[in-house]
Design a protein around this ligand. Structure first.
Ligand code: SF4
Ligand code: SF4
Length: 376
């Protein structure tokens, strides 16, 4: 079987010509972006803008350098992320998510292009794509769906559910709307515990799709109408099932993340994607975390590929090799030795083999890769 090329530029720098700008230029040349992106093409650069409190998301400067290069090619880039699940968090709607993005340095002045929350005002604007998996449908965030080309610029780091997060997570969980995110995380939609409901109607007032009605003085959620992810459980911890009660197993979540990725991939066409992983600040937790722990290893470098599965597996292997050599441990061990992540193990230890096997089965990519180190 042919191996997918994964390009790598190591973190070390000793002169201006080895700085991030030139590394990125080199990587972009290998990916063939100039040949693939048509003049005037609208290019979605998908990044994670970081949860409030997090400080280790991708540096806006890296994004700007990519935007500058895309503009030189004649493209029209925009930088985007999507809303987070819920109602009360600072990423749960477009206005709050944009304010937070601006605070984190992702704004039109720093990036010199539009900054977009791609799934609309409350995170429910997406285009539905059917998928034949554990997940039955995914809604691709509207602005990403209608772009001409997508570049995943992902921060590679640990993740409490899937073990690690890179390109697959950036698109499978990050390029879809709030409902799809919730369906990936959860096994069921929220329900009202009738005996605990006092009929205050607060949930009715906040539900954006009018899925809640009153029956004999108690709230009732219509499962057919419910969009799963809009956060009524945050408004009523007493009478509405809570996030951790609804949560699916780690393995199912991983499978559904890949289902969702394959939906986005098939909707846009593989040929319209490129993937770059930044292996800097490799924290145990993901960028949705409201804090940033110490990285598990020193910065490693930039990796890129046309094959997202190869890219993520290669990124994981290189982190593991670094940890094995220096500390005789591996990434997942290192991630789950953290006290604050141990509760997630209750739903099964994340298994990267699922990503490898199921990713290939779904046609996302190749688990066999060839690592090509580029010198500057
Ligand atoms: S479910 Fe909660 S918020 Fe909704 S009406 Fe009942 S008590 Fe009020
Ligand atoms: S009932 Fe469903 S759609 Fe309405 S707020 Fe709750 S999760 Fe969202």
């Amino acid at each position: 079987m042919t191996k997918s090329p994964v390009y790598f530029v190591a973190r070390k720098e000793g002169k201006f010509e080895q700085s991030f700008k030139y590394k990125l230029e080199k990587i972009i040349g290998q990916l063939g972006l100039k040949e693939e992106i048509r003049e005037g093409g609208r290019v979605a650069v998908k990044v994670h803008f970081g949860q409030e409190g997090n400080t280790t998301f991708i540096r806006p400067l890296y994004v700007r350098l990519l935007v500058d290069q895309l503009k030189k090619m004649g493209a029209k880039p925009f930088v985007c992320d999507t809303t987070g699940v819920g109602f009360k968090t600072t990423r749960s709607n477009k206005i709050d998510a944009l304010n937070l993005a601006y605070m984190h340095g992702f704004n039109p002045l720093t990036l010199s292009c539009p900054v977009v929350i791609a799934d609309g005002p409350v995170g429910l604007s997406g285009v539905e794509v059917r998928v034949n998996g554990l997940l039955k449908k995914a809604k691709v965030a509207e602005d990403i769906f209608y772009s001409d080309y997508i570049i995943s610029l992902a921060h590679f780091k640990g993740h409490p559910r899937t073990g690690f997060g890179g390109a697959l997570k950036n698109i499978g969980l990050g390029a879809v709307d709030k409902e799809t995110k919730a369906r990936i995380h959860l096994k069921e939609n929220p329900r009202v515990k009738r005996e605990k409901c006092n009929g205050c109607m607060k949930c009715l007032q906040m539900c954006p799709v009018k899925a809640i009605s009153m029956e004999e003085g108690k709230a009732r959620i219509n499962s057919e109408k419910c969009a799963w992810g809009c956060g009524c459980w945050e408004v009523c911890p007493e009478a509405i099932s809570q996030w951790m009660e609804m949560h699916d197993t780690n393995n199912n979540l991983t499978v559904k993340m890949i289902d969702s990725f394959s939906a986005v991939y098939s909707a846009k066409g593989k040929e319209n994607f490129s993937f770059i992983n930044i292996l800097h600040n490799i924290t145990p937790h993901c960028d949705c975390s409201p804090f940033s722990d110490k990285p598990v290893t020193a910065d490693i470098g930039i990796m890129a590929s046309k094959d997202p599965l190869s890219l993520d597996l290669c990124s994981l292997d290189i982190v593991n090799a670094e940890l094995r050599e220096k500390e005789n441990t591996n990434f997942l061990q290192k991630v789950f030795e953290k006290d604050y992540l141990r509760e997630f193990l209750a739903q099964g230890k994340p298994n990267p083999e699922i990503i490898e096997k199921y990713g290939e089965e779904k046609g996302i990519g190749n688990k066999e890769y060839e690592l090509i180190e580029l010198q500057l």
